[in-house]
Design a protein around this ligand. Sequence first.
Ligand code: SF4
Length: 419
Amino acid sequence: MSASSIESKLSILADAAKYDASCASSGSKRDSRGGLGSTEGMGICHSYTPDGRCVSLLKILLTNVCIFDCQYCVNRVSSDTPRARMSVEEVVRLTMDFYRRNYIEGLFLSSGIIRSSDYTMEQLVLVAQTLRERESFRGYIHLKTIPGSSEDLIEKAGLYADRLSVNIELPTVKDLHTLAPEKKRDEIEGTMGKIHVRRDEIATDQRIGIRTPKFAPAGQSTQMIVGATDTSDREILDTSSSLYQTHRLRRVYYSAFSPIPHADSRLPGSAPPLIREHRLYQADWLIRFYGFDAAELTTPEQANLPLDLDPKHAWALAHRDMFPIDINKASRELLLRIPGIGERGVKRILRTRRHHAIRDEDLSRLGVVYRRARPFVITADRHPGPLQIDSLDLKKKTQPKQRQLMLFDALESAGNGQV
Ligand code: SF4
């Protein structure tokens, strides 16, 4: 294997992998000739392990050859993109070379579908198996699971990989039918179901003291493309919510559709605003950690999340009859519904009010965004009148001011996702 051939394959296959949002931090390209810190639009991405560590992963496709013709995908059979394929041995050697040089702590491996689901999955599993058994590789492995793969292969994949993911790609059966007719929702969910059942069996064995090898200990995730069709956020959140409940996914990743060359005329000519992806992540967070039901965040009439407000703030403005909420008496569930108060703020409020009544001046100290929360809360020394809650300009008064984010604000909200 010559260095130049592996380099050109790597450039094609790592670049093609950047569309997978479940490893979203790669994909930036900056040529800083004459300066420091050039980046390539490919290669290394970051992910979080179950214990919260951030690890860098080699993110690559085994091949971008695919027998399917999903219209939103640059690797579809009808695309004239340059093709490449690595052998199992090439991926193993590349991973080990990068690992020994300390460039990476793990591997994120996906693939276009070659021949059949089982054949492709076999190849992916073989990479993980060789790394673990022959090379004694102890790094993190995220394997993309091909829908429709046999139970045996999924079993093996889960034994070698830390995380498995099966991409749902499009939010509704109708969308799949229109843009990716070879993909079947039943098959995708069937594969998620097999992973879920196997994880449950292993967890039960471990609970009753049977020593069983771990199976995908970092859980399973999926990716959904947003904005390739006119499907609303309401339908997208409904699908996510049902996937979380039915298959106990660790994460749903939302990836804004990116236009591709020579695209089908049914696809939009431009990408949706990135803020839409952000609002979906915020809504997803509210569903998973704040006790919101997916259907509460939009309405049949307003089926998309507002872009100018975070979804919890928008919900509060539409449910003013629930406010103001007494911060000294309300349950945890109600406190979590107040705009400007995140999970950590609620914890601090609950802890503090055991010792003394919370006054207005305490709010900022407890991590509450005072300007946003103020009209919605009753404190020991202030009770906003109904006129304040019903005022027409409440949105304007509580809307966050547009400002340049400070680096550490952005880091904090990216890390804790608090809304
Ligand atoms: S199966 Fe995957 S790689 Fe193949 S065309 Fe569809 S989305 Fe692209």
